[in-house]
Design a protein around this ligand. Structure first.
Ligand code: AMP
Length: 477
């Protein structure tokens, strides 16, 4: 059984006559969270309508498809499946007809105890259509005898462990759920509704609100089930409140859009601050600071500001190519670097250059970039990484290769420097990263605080049991 790791984005809206189209726009804004499939389920009367497909949001939804998503509520999902396989049964939102009526689930994150739960459900006769962990949740909701869906959801959620930010649509309500450790972001917003009153929106990132003109209201709290129905808004908590949260630090390092506010903190500001701290921790005698676009740009701005060394766009990116990592095969990824990034000789020739990127995983991207920068005439290339060494896979919804492929898990700093072909290499320290995410903007609930983050990919401290996932790298892909 292959297990699926998802990098995903979710969106939901309630009480807006253009719910389907606004969900389409919302998904457009969070397209960076998953590019292999997209889907929307809308609600008119008590009936669900859906359209899903493989590919980018703009390709999956035509004008005609959007015309077939009527009603005043909808949920949507973008997904990147990390196995080579990507078949339609796994495309979300997942839908089912339950005793309680239709349910559609859009899930971001990864349930770590999915295999024991799946085996248990199969043993009791459950039939699975796909291979993703979200289907397990649906089965568990389906088996609960209550006619109250919030109660069914709560009972199911109390049994699952790991990362899950959910947007769920029934025939009567829109639900937004965040796991008790709060791994993945999920925000609540509102906008005036032409139908009267306010339309409520939920999304993985605030950049989706910016696009549709919604106002950020608050985060869905870790462990919260929020829902809105004909009776108004409701909020409950499930499970035992953990001693601390485990917000994903990698959202700030790489995954989220820089124009989003994640966990109460501007992603752009975190990255720029990380660059400043990196410059203090790992200075370099250089003529230019050059980002790897786009992922390294805010950190390079910070590095330049702190060091006083000029910032230049010495590498130009072709914007019509997807992120290299999204391509599932190594061969395509290798090709991707060359067609995506073009170092400019006019800027780089004869210069001592600091190349700044957000993170270094396998090291293959940096190695190619540095070779290209040297070929463009740079005299020296100093690589600076605005995150600590990536030493552990993520089991909570970010696709990272297995440990043996993480260069920092198996090689010393000197060997990595040699492999990537840099004159020097410097990473941000763990303390530096914590300082960057805190940014001095600690709010009352700890948002923006350095505490309460999961940094397992950097420090190996996994905040949940892993149920054997770490022992079977072949089931990761
Ligand atoms: P590499 O070291 O060749 O594996 O590539 C690292 C680059 O890929 C980083 O500079 C990031 O911009 C990007 N990246 C880092 N982590 C991830 C991830 N989990 N998924 C996709 N891309 C990533």
């Amino acid at each position: 059984m292959k297990s699926w790791r998802d990098e995903c984005g979710v969106f939901g809206i309630w009480n807006h006559p253009d719910a389907g189209r606004l969900t389409y726009l919302g998904l457009y804004a969070i397209q960076h969270r998953g590019q292999e499939s997209a889907g929307i389920v809308s609600l008119r009367g008590e009936q669900h309508h859906h359209h899903k497909g493989l590919g980018l949001v703009g390709d999956v939804f035509t004008e005609e498809a959007l015309n077939h998503l009527p009603g005043a509520a909808a949920v949507g999902h973008v997904r990147y499946s990390t196995t080579g396989l990507n078949f339609l049964n796994n495309v979300q939102p997942l839908t089912a007809q339950l005793l309680n009526g239709p349910v559609a689930v859009a899930h971001n994150g990864n349930i770590v105890n999915s295999e024991p739960l799946r085996q248990d459900l199969k043993g009791r006769g459950a039939i699975f259509q796909g291979t993703n962990d979200t289907e397990i949740l649906l089965h568990m909701v389906a088996r609960h005898p209550s006619s109250d869906l919030s109660e069914c959801l709560r009972s199911a959620l109390e049994e699952v462990e790991g990362a899950f930010s959910l947007a769920v649509l029934s025939h009567k309500a829109l639900f937004a759920v965040r796991d008790p450790l709060g791994f993945r972001p999920l925000v609540l917003g509102e906008m005036p509704s032409p139908a009267g009153g306010v339309a409520l929106v939920v999304a993985s990132e605030t950049c989706a609100f910016d696009l549709i003109g919604a106002r950020f209201r608050r985060e869905i709290e870790p462990g919260e089930i929020f829902w809105v129905d004909a009776d108004g808004e409701h909020s409950e908590f499930f499970g035992e409140k953990p001693a601390r949260t485990a917000k994903c630090v990698f959202e700030h390092v790489y995954f989220a859009r820089p124009d989003s506010v994640v966990f109460g903190r501007s992603v752009y500001e975190t990255r720029r601050e990380a660059g400043r701290i990196l410059a203090r921790e790992n200075p370099a005698d250089a003529d230019l600071i050059v980002p790897v676009p786009d992922s390294g740009v805010p950190a390079a701005i910070g590095f330049s500001a702190e060091s006083g060394v000029p910032f230049e766009l010495g590498i130009i990116r072709n914007h019509y190519i997807g992120r290299t990592f999204i391509q599932p095969h190594q061969a395509i990824r290798d090709f991707g670097v060359k067609i995506k990034l073009n170092p400019q000789s006019a800027i780089l020739k004869g210069k001592k250059v600091v190349v700044v990127d957000d993170s270094l995983v396998r090291g293959t991207t940096s190695r190619k970039i540095i070779a290209l920068v040297r070929a463009a005439g740079a005299a020296e290339v100093h690589l600076r990484i605005a995150a600590p060494p990536t030493t552990g896979p993520c089991y909570y919804g970010v696709d990272t290769p297995e440990k043996s492929q993480l260069i920092a898990a198996t090689h010393s700093l000197d060997r990595i420097c040699e492999f990537v072909g840099a004159d020097s290499l410097g990473y941000l320290s763990m303390g530096g990263l914590r300082e960057a995410v805190s940014g001095g903007s600690v709010d009352a609930k700890g948002g923006g605080s350095a505490d309460g983050y999961c940094a397992a990919c950097f420090d190996g401290e996994y905040p949940t049991p892993l149920y054997g996932m770490e022992k079977s790298p072949s089931s990761r892909s």
